[in-house]
Design a protein around this ligand. Structure first.
Ligand code: ALG
Ligand code: ZN
Ligand code: ZN
Length: 320
């Protein structure tokens, strides 16, 4: 077993000490954190959900969790941007993966919901690594069971409030319509950020507004900058319990090529990280980072971006 980075006084258990065991050695948990079964319980459990049978274009996000864990080896204990030690201020542990049926979407969604519910008995909050965006639906069901309707802050190039694909109601393009219909989200406090690119019809936007979402487009961020975007987000979310869902394709393909439905003209990783930092005092109850598809990645670009996004989320969630 690998030694944890803990001294006599330091609880929680942090990552493996990179000055004792080189970063590139050992089995990859997220950020080389302990596994959930190595700690009694966690404030935050990181959980992989290797499911991509809901995709409409390029497959491969089922390999996302392993790829993001590999790329997270270089993360260090102190985050100066938020002046926090995210792995010392709280117990964060890697819960491994939830096994989901790759041939039956309904069965998979049930398994993900049951798995996340069970995990919630051992951790206060979950941060999931996808997997395609379908997984947000069962995760929102679990968040709703705990907190009632949640504000959904959804970073994505795509609305993901479409109705069906080929008659299928549960896909990676539909989780937020289903969640809205099921009453899982706070219709007054939810928002998409980073939306861009071609739609199927103008009705997509009308439907989306009716389903409870406001929008900060990628163009808005380009034109006005991060601070006004953050202002809009904060005004919309208020103090509602907040679920943050991050589709990595919110980033420009130059920053995150390894994804299934890339769209030109996206956010930079710098912009996304800055936005997340500005949300640190909000009531974040859970999060996911989805749609990392390693087959289209180069030099771990996308997975490094995703691992830093998760690090910034963990830092934002840490007590300060
Ligand atoms: N990447 C996600 N989650 N959704 C994209 C769906 C867009 C489409 O197939 O038209
Ligand atoms: Zn997307
Ligand atoms: Zn999406």
């Amino acid at each position: 077993m690998q030694p944890f980075n803990k001294d006599a006084t330091a609880e929680p258990h942090g990552p493996v000490d990179a000055s004792v065991v080189p970063r590139f050695a050992g089995i990859a948990t997220f950020a080389r954190l302990p596994r959930l079964d190595e700690v009694e319980r966690a404030d935050i459990a990181i959980v992989g959900i290797p499911f991509d049978s809901g995709v409409s274009y390029r497959p491969g996000a089922r390999f996302g969790p392993a790829h993001v864990r590999e790329a997270s080896r270089l993360l260090r204990p102190y985050n100066p941007a938020q002046d926090v030690f995210p792995f010392a201020a709280q117990q964060v542990a890697d819960a491994g993966d939830i096994a989901a049926n790759p041939f039956d979407i309904a069965a998979a969604v049930g398994e993900i919901e049951a798995g996340a519910r069970q995990l919630s008995e051992h951790a206060d909050r979950l941060v999931a690594i996808g997997g395609d965006h379908t997984i947000a639906l069962p995760l929102l069901r679990v968040a709703h069971a705990q907190h009632g309707p949640v504000a959904v802050l959804h970073f994505d190039a795509h609305l993901d409030t479409w109705d069906t694909y080929f008659g299928a109601p549960v896909t990676h393009g539909t989780p937020f319509r289903r969640a809205s219909e099921e009453g899982l989200i706070d219709l007054t406090a939810s928002m998409h950020v980073g939306i861009r690119g071609p739609l199927y019809s103008k009705d997509d936007l009308e439907d989306d507004a009716r389903l409870g979402f406001a929008i900060v487009t990628s163009e808005f961020v380009e034109e006005h900058g991060v601070a006004p975007a953050v202002e809009r987000i904060r005004a919309r979310v208020g103090d509602a319990p907040l679920y943050i869902s991050i589709d990595i394709d919110v980033l420009d393909p130059a920053h995150a090529p390894g994804t299934g439905t890339p769209e030109a003209g996206g956010l930079t990783s710098r912009e996304l990280l800055r936005m997340l930092r500005a949300l640190a005092d909000l009531r974040i109850v859970g999060a996911d980072v989805v749609e990392v598809a390693p087959a289209y990645d180069h030099a771990q670009l996308t997975a490094i971006a995703a691992s830093h996004v998760i690090y910034e989320l963990l830092s934002a969630m840490a007590p300060k």
